[in-house]
Design a binder for this molecule. Structure first.
Ligand SMILES: N[C@@H](CCC[C@H](N)C(=O)O)C(=O)O
Length: 277
């Protein structure tokens, strides 16, 4: 099997192109190939598939074998892959995801290679039952959550996949493993959740660290950055456009007042291609 190793700000993927549909054993392959000791090593396995509704379809399987509805860093990687490899020669393309539908993507190209990708991530879902959480409120903002005997406050946002944003004093040095793993499986979130720990630096800059559902701590999360910006606007602590600084680098996120869509801009990189079985 030919694969390409890619990443968006260090959130890394094994990318497969050329299949007609998601293989029945995709979960098994994700667990095997994403293993950092016995496999290729990645946070997720990404399939770029044909689509009737868009230029391409993306499916993303987390490293634990569970399928996610959406992935912001992977969608930028998919856009770079198809353009740099000559599968499309337009700088405006569309990609179908199972959680957020058809997403328009704008490429910035230099010397025939994609440098940055701006994705229309669609409208955030703020209805608590749809995120989903067990809370029947819209939006779910600054709600209490108790984990391991400690109390936190969270804001719930779905970008096609569920996110729980928690403000802490120092996100950069926060003990992700201790808290993120427990919040991921908290009974408030029926489909589990991605967890973002955020510290607002000023109205246009937020530090964020992420514990991802199905993958654990990753260097970046595109949908998590979008959820963090939306949460920060709902909590009144940032403007509608801000830089979200992750361990692997920065994403620029905008939440348009005009159409309620969230836009994510950032890089994507090809690391190498290889073969595996
Ligand atoms: N890293 C991603 C999100 C990947 C899926 C996530 N772990 C989930 O299960 O929802 C991103 O960049 O958005």
């Amino acid at each position: 099997m030919e694969f390409t190793k890619m990443h968006g700000l260090g959130n890394d993927f094994v990318v497969i192109y050329g299949e007609q549909e998601l293989p029945a054993n995709a979960a098994e392959l994700a667990i095997k190939w994403c293993n950092r000791f016995f496999g290729i090593g990645a946070d997720g396995l990404v399939y770029i598939l044909p689509s009737d509704a868009a230029d391409f379809q993306m499916r993303i399987i987390n490293s634990d074998g569970t399928e996610a509805e959406q992935c912001g860093n992977a969608i930028r990687c998919v856009a770079k892959y198809v353009y740099d490899n000559g599968h499309i020669d337009r700088e405006e393309i569309t990609i179908l995801t199972i959680g957020a539908g058809v997403q328009p993507v704008q490429l910035t190209v230099k010397d025939d290679k994609v440098e940055t990708v701006r994705v229309d991530m669609g409208e955030p879902v703020l209805d608590g039952l749809k995120v989903p959480t067990t809370i029947d409120a819209n939006p779910v903002v600054n709600e209490p959550i108790e984990v391991g005997g400690s109390g936190f406050r969270f804001t719930a946002v779905s970008m096609g996949n569920p996110h729980c944003v928690i403000y802490v004093d120092d996100a950069v040095n926060f003990d992700l493993a201790a808290w993120g793993s427990k919040m991921e499986v908290h009974p408030l979130f029926p489909n589990k959740t991605n967890v973002e720990f955020a510290t607002v630096k000023d109205r246009r800059h937020v530090d964020m660290r992420v514990w991802e559902r199905g993958a654990g701590p990753t260097l970046a999360c595109g949908t998590g950055a979008c959820a963090t910006l939306v949460s920060s606007v709902l909590n009144g602590v940032t403007d509608r456009e801000a830089w979200i600084s992750l361990k692997g680098g920065d994403l620029y996120i905008e939440w348009s007042e005009a159409n309620n869509h969230v836009y994510m801009t950032g890089p994507a990189e090809i690391v190498y291609t290889g073969t595996t079985n």
